[in-house]
Design a protein around this ligand. Structure first.
Ligand code: ADP
Ligand code: MG
Length: 724
């Protein structure tokens, strides 16, 4: 099989589960495959088709898709054809003749054809080795894409009860899976469920503010490759597509309002790379097997994670790194709420509401986005941090103090309020709701006024994600402190949080702030207070903090230099100049600090830094999972086999190996390294680009070397460095 794989498809290795599935199919068992988009499901029947004596009948829902697949197979030298209503009678009988003669290995048909008596007779006249049902969830009315024609497949089973079936789908709840098995009358099927994780997809969420610019910037980064931008409305699609065209992107809209001809044409142009960007409603996507979509952007947040996962999943089918971004703002929630409000049944409304809530919390979470997606679908992530979502990649800052303040405020206000109220208390807003409850006299009132209310709310969302706070599941969610949160306070634990968009602003501001001589600043403040009280005015009327800080930074000792200070005008110079200059001179002269000397900054604001996980904490985090991988490695299994057996992503296994190499636990690892020639190129790239981040290296090598190989090469390199 591996030979056929190489010969026909040109691949060296199987993707996870492919090899087991192919074996099961070759053994003649009925098989159900649930694997994410881009998982490589087609190969699971295409490869057996080549190895089996007769023909494989493939049932596929869309003519366009069928045609593309057949073309792709033919291009690989695999004898395949399709039968569909778009073909002339002559063409159809030509295909039937070829089939009868045994010249074909795969025959693609649409489900409606199966009901035709003529076609059923035809089937009885050929040697059928395997039936493959692609997009098998279409058979179930519990699925989201029910196609009544798929029910014809039952008849097919009656005609050829002995022929094994393989059913494949990317999305199936347990209920749908059971339904597929029942409807297709599958006999003790082998069921293969791949991880729904898409390791090559990078997830990020952006605020709605400035989203057009963000989108344009993202598209620029990926200019010349394909992108889908999803929008909530047809009008929005038209407008955005026009704007992007003006911006210099080749883009077209796609939505139900366009009429089927234009829609088809726009889709074709996209698939053929004649346009790069398609701006579409949900109507777009089914039937697009385009493997090289590098960006899927949701310009308007979708109403459920199901939809988000499916639509964003259209990116990067070919396994190369691609971006999935979604824009989010309170308006998105309101828009979806509006639709939900118009739903007829209570049940429907409730279900839609909880789906929406989940989507919103995906956007708001401060924890790993990938982990959030996996958990939503009931899969336990192998790592809490994926290194390829905006949260995991974000710079972190020491959030210990602000987190303590937040938790304290939640407790002091009685754990009965939501994030908005708590943030108002923390920032010291004397709004009615705060004053009415006397919360302005709490010790926590105003203790976080250096943060914006928005950034506090984001941090609270993150703390919910980290399990320190809990949010109630009600219409007006309230916050409470979890036992873990109480321990955090009691034990005075430290916490690092990602720098999110709004906290970034806070940090940026404080970073942009001037460092100043605090002793001098205090003296100037005293002076300010004195002068202000002499005049019966508030201190800031004399000089604001900005002015004082600048004075405490530049040490102005002449009128000319004092005038340069922010906030020092002619009048104030006249009124206060002498006093301030005297104070500064008294301070500076004994220290021989010259006039206008900018202060050297010994304790400049700390750079936010990436969190550094020491190896020890990392091991305990991955713990037994690493050990399981280690066992397989000790057996000497090839990398791909280890990946398959563990059912984990390449990236996970390679990070296990990386850890094992660096910790010295794995000695004989040479066989897992890339080939010598590759290793040279990689090492060279690390030498010039550094080895902290893999992406630049990956890109420098034109994306030709998989991340997992880079990771192992890096571990090897580091290990050798230590040894030298
Ligand atoms: P799915 O139907 O699960 O969404 P496809 O069968 O369309 O996925 O495969 C997605 C992409 O992965 C295709 O471009 C295919 O050529 C590629 N692919 C499948 N199997 C392998 C493999 N073993 N090695 C490399 N590429 C593969
Ligand atoms: Mg497919």
């Amino acid at each position: 099989m591996i030979e056929l794989l190489k010969r026909y498809f040109g691949y060296d290795e199987f993707r996870p589960l492919q090899s087991e599935i192919v074996d099961a199919v070759m053994d003649g068992s009925d098989t159900l495959v649930v694997m994410p988009t881009g998982g490589g499901k087609s190969l699971c029947y295409q490869l057996p088709a080549l190895g089996l004596p007769g023909i494989t009948l493939v049932v596929s829902p869309l003519i366009a898709l069928m045609k593309d697949q057949v073309d792709a197979l033919k291009a690989n030298g695999v004898p395949a054809e399709c039968l569909n209503s778009g073909m002339s009678g002559e063409e159809q009988s030509r295909v039937q003749i070829k089939t009868r003669r045994g010249e074909l290995k795969l025959l693609y048909v649409a489900p409606e054809r199966i009901a035709r008596p003529g076609f059923q007779r035809f089937l009885e006249s050929i040697e059928l080795s395997l039936i493959a049902v692609d997009e098998a969830h279409c058979i179930s009315q519990w699925g989201h894409e029910f196609r009544p024609d798929y029910r014809n497949l039952r008849q097919l089973r009656h005609i050829t009860p002995e022929t094994p079936v393989i059913a494949l789908t990317a999305t199936a709840t347990q209920r749908v899976r059971d339904d597929i098995v029942a409807q297709l009358d599958m006999k003790s099927p082998s069921v293969y469920t791949g991880s729904i994780n898409r390791p090559n997809l990078r997830y990020a969420v952006f605020p709605n503010t400035g989203k057009y610019d963000t989108l344009v910037e993202r598209l620029r980064r990926r200019q010349g490759s394909s992108a889908i931008v999803y929008r909530g409305s047809q009008k929005g699609c038209d407008e955005l597509a026009a704007d992007l065209t003006e911006e210099g992107f080749k883009s077209l809209p796609y939505h139900a309002g366009l009429g089927s001809e234009i829609r088809q044409r726009n889709q074709d142009r996209f698939v053929r790379d004649q346009v790069d960007v398609i701006v579409a409603t949900v109507a777009f996507g089914m039937g697009i097997d385009k493997p090289d979509i590098r960006l899927v952007a949701h310009y308007d947040m979708p109403g459920s994670i199901e939809r988000y996962y499916q639509e964003s999943g259209r990116a990067g089918r070919d396994g190369l790194s691609s971006d999935c971004i979604v824009f989010y703002g309170a308006q998105d929630r309101e828009r979806e709420m509006f639709f939900i409000g118009r739903m007829e049944s209570d049940l429907e409304r409730e279900s839609a509401q909880s789906k929406l809530d989940a989507m919103v919390s995906y956007c708001q979470t401060g924890a790993c986005r990938r982990a959030a997606l996996l958990r939503y679908f009931g899969e336990e992530p192998s790592e809490e941090s994926c290194d390829s979502c905006d949260v995991c990649e974000a710079e972190t800052f020491d959030a210990t103090i602000i987190s303590q303040k937040i938790l304290s405020a939640v407790i002091r206000t009685g754990e009965r309020f939501g994030a908005t109220h708590v943030s108002q208390v923390l920032t010291g807003r004397r709004v009615k709701s705060v004053v009415e409850r006397g919360h302005d006299s709490l010790s926590v009132f105003g203790i976080a006024d250096d943060y914006t209310a928005k950034s506090l709310r984001e941090i609270m969302a993150t703390l919910v994600g980290r399990g320190l706070l809990a949010r109630s599941d009600s219409q007006y969610p309230t916050l409470s402190v979890t036992p873990q949160g109480r321990r955090f306070l009691k034990e005075r634990e430290n916490i690092e949080l990602p720098v999110l968009e709004s906290t970034k602003r806070v940090l940026r501001d404080s970073k942009a702030e001037l460092d100043y001589d605090n002793d001098l600043f205090q003296k100037l403040r005293e002076l300010r207070t004195r002068l202000a009280s002499e005049r019966g005015v508030p201190p800031y009327v004399v000089f604001g903090d900005v002015s004082l800080r600048e004075m405490a930074h530049y040490y102005p000792q002449s009128e000319a230099s004092l005038l340069k200070i922010n906030g020092v005008g002619r009048v104030k110079l006249n009124d206060f100049g002498d006093e301030f200059l005297a104070t500064i001179r008294d301070y500076a002269e004994p220290k021989s600090i010259p006039d206008g000397a900018a202060m050297a900054s010994p304790n400049a604001a700390k750079e936010p830094r990436r969190s550094q996980n020491g190896n020890s904490s990392r091991k305990s985090r991955m713990g037994s999972s690493i050990e399981k991988t280690h066992d397989l490695l000790r057996e000497g299994l090839p990398f791909q086999e280890v990946v398959n057996r563990r059912g984990l992503a390449d990236s996970t296994i390679s990070s296990h190996i990386e850890w094992l190499i660096e910790s010295g636990d794995l000695k004989d690892y040479e066989r897992y390294l890339p080939a010598e020639s590759d290793l040279k190129r990689i090492t060279h790239a690390f030498d010039t680009l550094g080895d902290e981040r893999l992406r630049p290296v990956h890109e420098a090598l034109d994306g030709e070397v998989a991340y997992w190989k880079l990771r192992l090469a890096r571990a090897h390199r580091r290990k050798r460095k230590v040894a030298q």
